[in-house]
Ligand binder design. Structure first.
Ligand SMILES: NC(=O)c1ccc[n+]([C@@H]2O[C@H](COP(=O)([O-])OP(=O)(O)OC[C@H]3O[C@@H](n4cnc5c(N)ncnc54)[C@H](OP(=O)(O)O)[C@@H]3O)[C@@H](O)[C@H]2O)c1
Length: 289
């Protein structure tokens, strides 16, 4: 299985990286891209170029697709459903859990085995230990293709529900954008002050965020149990009072606190509802519905 033939549909920045990882690891690799010229560097590495999706799908049991969005995947695959029948389609295009489940249904209706996936890497990370990829769908199908899929990065199986990989992917990206919001606000704040050094401050910020990330399992346990009263060391009442200082400082420094006002409002509401002595993780109660 380690040198099983693989087809890659889509040679954008990510598809090109995926195909490169397969071909440089010795998998007979067939590629297709809507704009055929983009196949040239892969052909130079030893890949075969197919003229159409049906021809590409016929080349191997494992077909990996990575296009811009789900609409483009449907568009590209529609003329090739006969060739895809009996194949395993691994869709690494970014999408929502609902889109993943719908595409799993579409694949089943055409006799295609389907895994949905979420790539947690940028193209230069593919094929290195910087990358991991989430997969969901039938466990047996995942296990059968795991050796080939491991070429792209660590392969994590999220579960049989085809929407789970997309759910974890979107949740991880949500954490990342929350992080970026805080980082950008913090750097803007320091940069607003004459005599303060943003580049000098940056390592301290990284260290602080790393230390705070240690609380993630604690919050996860509280959210899973629905009990926000255990192991509280910094109650949300105290945090809400100090949070006003973040907004006032931003305003004094000429920085718009737009990324933080929603969080302040939720904290105040949670405290007003009588949960001031509990942990901040109780805010999830206000995010529901
Ligand atoms: N790049 C990243 O850092 C990254 C990281 C994680 C996940 N992803 C996800 O990976 C997927 C691909 O990203 P990318 O960076 O490769 O994007 P990209 O460089 O913009 O490439 C887009 C690909 O989709 C193809 N395409 C677009 N519309 C199409 C259509 N209607 N029919 C057929 N092919 C179509 C393009 O073909 P042409 O060459 O003919 O235009 C190209 O192969 C996206 O879902 C993205 O969210 C990307």
């Amino acid at each position: 299985m380690s040198n099983s033939p693989v087809t890659v549909l889509g040679l954008g920045a990510m598809g090109k990286a995926l195909a490169t990882a397969f071909v440089t690891n010795g998998h007979p690799t067939t590629v297709w891209n809507r704009t055929p010229e983009k196949a040239a560097p892969l052909v130079a590495l030893g890949a075969m170029r197919a003229d159409d999706v049906a021809g590409a799908a016929a080349a191997g049991e494992l077909v990996v697709v990575c296009l811009l969005d789900y609409d483009s995947v449907y568009q590209a695959l529609a003329p090739a459903t006969d060739a895809l029948k009996g194949r395993t389609l691994v869709n690494l295009t970014n999408g929502t859990p609902r889109q993943a489940r719908e595409m799993a249904g579409w694949a089943a209706a055409h006799g295609i085995s389907y895994l949905d996936g979420g790539i947690m890497a940028i193209p230069p990370g593919i094929g290195t230990d910087q990358a991991f990829v989430l997969y969901s769908g039938p466990g047996g199908v995942f296990e059968a293709h795991r050796p080939a899929l491991e070429r792209l990065g660590a392969a994590h199986f999220a579960g049989e529900d085809p929407g789970l990989a997309a759910l974890y992917d979107i949740a991880l990206l949500s954490g990342m954008y929350g992080l970026f919001s805080g980082v950008l606000h913090a750097l803007a704040l320091v940069n607003s002050q004459e005599g303060a050094s943003v580049t000098g401050f940056a390592p301290m910020l990284g260290e602080w965020i790393g230390a705070m990330a240690g609380s993630i399992p604690h919050h996860a346990r509280q959210i899973e149990s629905g009990d926000y009263t255990q192991g509280v060391v910094s109650g949300i009442g105290m945090q809400a009072a100090a949070f006003d200082n973040l907004l006032h400082t931003a305003e004094d420094q000429g920085i718009r606190p737009v990324l933080f006002t929603a969080l302040r409002d939720l904290m105040k509401r949670r405290v007003a509802d009588g949960h001031g002595a509990e942990d901040i993780s109780g805010l999830v109660e206000l995010l529901r519905g």
